[in-house]
Design a protein. Structure first.
Length: 167
């Protein structure tokens, strides 16, 4: 399967919101169920010079299909210009097929080689073992545990604060 990484476009809002609408996806994010397509359309039309959004596309039935997204948020604060945070989603049926790996590699290429970022941070639920393993493979380390970080699916979830420092 060929995976193509590109910047997200405003017209991607329908496909993107359909990924976020999957219970297995929004359950691992700070999102509520039943996302509105119009909310995502509006978000994708707003320009934020500190935010970069990439999507993973594959060819399926002779059509390009978005199967994942990764966001890179840089900081405008003079004391945190060397830091970025990331967040990633992958369509459920494409978990463990290299989509997250390819998007993470693209995001780290941007932070390391184009944005002059040396610290990349993220939060991940402690139950998301696949994501934790992927992040560790790329040099992320657990810096702390956030107890009862969120509430969803009728229970509280803990999360890890992880970071990767470019040497």
């Amino acid at each position: 399967m060929d995976i193509f990484i590109r910047s997200i476009e405003t017209d991607d809002y329908k496909e993107f919101s359909s990924i976020i609408a999957e219970k297995e996806v929004y359950s691992n994010l700070l999102k509520l169920p039943y996302p509105s397509e119009s909310v995502w359309k509006e978000r994708l039309t707003k320009t934020n010079p500190n935010y970069f959004s990439l999507v993973a596309e594959i060819k399926e039935n002779n059509q390009n299909v978005i199967v994942g997204q990764i966001g890179i948020n840089t900081y405008n604060n003079a004391r945190r210009k060397h830091v970025a945070s990331i967040g990633m989603v992958v369509r459920k049926e494409y978990h463990r097929k290299g989509i997250g790996k390819k998007m993470l590699e693209a995001a780290l290429d941007m932070t390391d080689n184009w944005l002059n970022i040396i610290r990349v941070e993220l939060e991940v639920y402690t139950r998301n073992e696949g994501a934790i393993a992927l992040y560790k493979k790329y040099g992320f380390k657990v810096e702390g545990r956030l107890e009862k970080y969120t509430f969803g699916n009728g229970k509280y979830d803990d999360a890890y604060m992880m970071a990767r420092i470019k040497s």
